[in-house]
Design a protein around this ligand. Sequence first.
Ligand SMILES: [Zn+2]
Ligand SMILES: [Zn+2]
Length: 252
Amino acid sequence: MQLYVLGCSGGIGGAARTTSLLLGERILIDAGTGAGELSLDALCKIDHVFLTHSHFDHIACLPMLLDTVIGARSRPVTVHALPETIAALQAHVFNWQIWPDFSVIPENGNGVLRWAPLAVGESRDLDGLRITALPAQHTVPAVGYLFESPTGALAFSGDSADCPAFWETVAGVDRLRGLIVETAFSEREAGLARVSKHYSPSTLLAALQRFDATIDVWLTHLKPLDAARIVAETSNGIHRISALVGGQTLQF
Ligand SMILES: [Zn+2]
Ligand SMILES: [Zn+2]
């Protein structure tokens, strides 16, 4: 199985796109501005979207994705997310003011958007893959995800501050190929990381001490102006730590 990085930045500007990962051909993980990189053909193939949380940088392209594919689909696009995330999107986005309620168009009972509430620890089996919602700690209800294929697994933190339950879960995963972990802020903005519930290099390195196996760690959600600084500050000589980049493919 492969995970293709459409967007993994903590902002926009130049080539930076916000979080969206393509798993195989028809599963999207978050729908930030990276989803706008998909061709029309590729957009029409998306059957499932898994959201980590309701923040705008992770959902920005979902409304436009649905609007773009509505005429080309006979089946709905299923959006999997925490009930709180679904409620926030229903109240604040798909409310007929910001955007139409695509769960009832083209007609009630046959909407192009189907909501699928997902709880922490719950899994979906799709295309030979198991996708499980992992615990996260953020300013709104949020999850990470574990992706397991028959040959390996990858874990993704979503947006999170230190979350011991996330690390306990991933430590028990068989054939774990690597971790995609957000590190939104550099140390000079560690205070901002704390109040907005994101990792900074020092809190991520402290969290990684719980994880003694040598493993690939890809940093994501780096604020564009500080990306190089964040990578330079995040090194421990144990794990293979590098920045995730748009256009990258991870095999597992
Ligand atoms: Zn967030
Ligand atoms: Zn975010």
